[in-house]
Design a protein around this ligand. Structure first.
Ligand SMILES: NC(=O)c1ccc[n+]([C@@H]2O[C@H](COP(=O)([O-])OP(=O)(O)OC[C@H]3O[C@@H](n4cnc5c(N)ncnc54)[C@H](OP(=O)(O)O)[C@@H]3O)[C@@H](O)[C@H]2O)c1
Length: 330
């Protein structure tokens, strides 16, 4: 099969090779001896793959390896008891190996793909939407009628978080760096859009009548203190990632003075060790698709030969929605 491998950890320009290698067996590292084999049509491109080209991600297999954490495609084979069977359209999280014509996922990470969604949207469904649900609902305790500020709101996690928050009856304020990204956030369903270049903290306080209930933060960096100041009493700042580059530090007296919380949300390690949690989140995501709240926003799409360009869109802050590798023609 054709696949993209990371052959050296020298960054997206030089780390990748397109290769012809044997297709994987139906066995996944999380469920040895068992797995759902998928004929891959579209692969999602995300920060883990970018970080892996630099050897900077926690999942660090020996070189060379095929990256790619999630796919949309058709089931080739599935173990007894799986939610999918041969021939079904599927959205699957494989952690590694997605940038290839055939990939393998654990049974608990393979979900039937509804007719409303195409393969690219299937490849955009698990990492971002499961993270959004985990961060907002399970870690952030989102309640109906609350207001949520979302950083990086035009990105993959950002657009997913807007849609999940709306599904739970929240009001959403999207924080973005450009007007074009504001349009993407609005397309995802944001109620309000604020630019980072504005005096954004004051604007957010004004729009929320004094402060938001939750800040969803995949960006980190020097915005963190203003994020804390944007919370109302009992507010929660949910830490999701650090695309801004630096890991912020918090002076805990701010939490005492404001009666606020900082909450960590690390979906991957949590979900991989708990299949039942993943099934619960998967069922919630399925309901939100059926109810019309979830429609993944697809950004740029690339053929396999241009995998490096796909990773560069993330690296250069140009990505909107989910970046897709079309493994088979769309
Ligand atoms: N905790 C978890 O379980 C979990 C799960 C999935 C992903 N993540 C993490 O969440 C983060 C976001 O992932 P994503 O897929 O949403 O990425 P993305 O689509 O590229 O969006 C990230 C956003 O970050 C903002 N940003 C600010 N400074 C940036 C910079 N220097 N370089 C790039 N972007 C910058 C950009 O928005 P503006 O230009 O509008 O500021 C961009 O749209 C990543 O760090 C990822 O590893 C965490």
């Amino acid at each position: 099969m054709r696949a993209i491998q990371i052959t050296q950890e020298t960054g997206p320009d030089t780390a990748l090779a397109i290769v012809d290698i044997p297709a994987p067996e139906a066995s996944h590292m999380l469920t040895p001896g068992e797995g759902v084999l998928v004929e891959v049509h579209a692969a999602g491109v995300s920060f883990p793959e970018l970080l892996q080209t630099r050897g900077m991600y926690q999942l660090k297999p020996p070189l060379p390896f095929v990256p790619g954490s999630e796919v949309g495609g058709v089931v080739i084979s599935a173990p007894d008891g799986a939610a999918v069977k041969a021939g079904d359209r599927v959205a699957a999280f494989c952690a590694l190996g997605g940038f290839a014509e055939t990939a393998v996922a654990p049974e608990f990470f393979a979900f039937p793909l509804q007719d409303e969604l195409d393969f690219a949207q299937g490849a955009a469904l698990i990492l971002n939407y499961h993270t959004a649900y985990f961060s907002l609902v399970m870690r952030g305790r989102l309640a109906e009628g609350e207001t949520v500020l979302i950083h990086g709101a035009a990105g993959g996690v950002g657009t997913a978080s807007i849609q999940v928050a709306k599904a739970y009856g929240a009001r959403t304020i999207a924080l973005v760096s450009t007007d074009a990204k504001g349009e993407v956030a609005r397309e995802a369903g944001a109620d309000e859009v604020v630019l980072v270049s504005e005096d954004w903290k004051d604007r957010v306080k004004e729009l929320s009548g004094g402060g938001v209930d939750i800040v969803l933060d995949p960006v980190g960096g020097d915005r963190f203190t203003d994020s804390l100041r944007s919370l109302r009493e009992d507010g929660r700042l949910v830490v999701v990632g650090f695309t801004g580059g630096s890991i912020p530090e918090v002076k805990v007296n701010r939490l005492l003075l404001g009666n606020t919380e900082v909450v960590g949300a690390g979906w991957g390690a949590y979900a991989m060790a708990k299949p039942d949690v993943t099934r619960t989140i998967g069922a919630a995501v399925t309901r939100m698709i059926d109810d019309g709240f979830i429609r993944p926003i697809i950004g740029e799409r690339f053929p396999m030969e241009r995998a490096a360009d796909a990773l560069r869109t993330l690296d250069e802050r140009r990505a909107t929605g989910k970046i897709i590798l079309d493994v088979r023609p769309a």
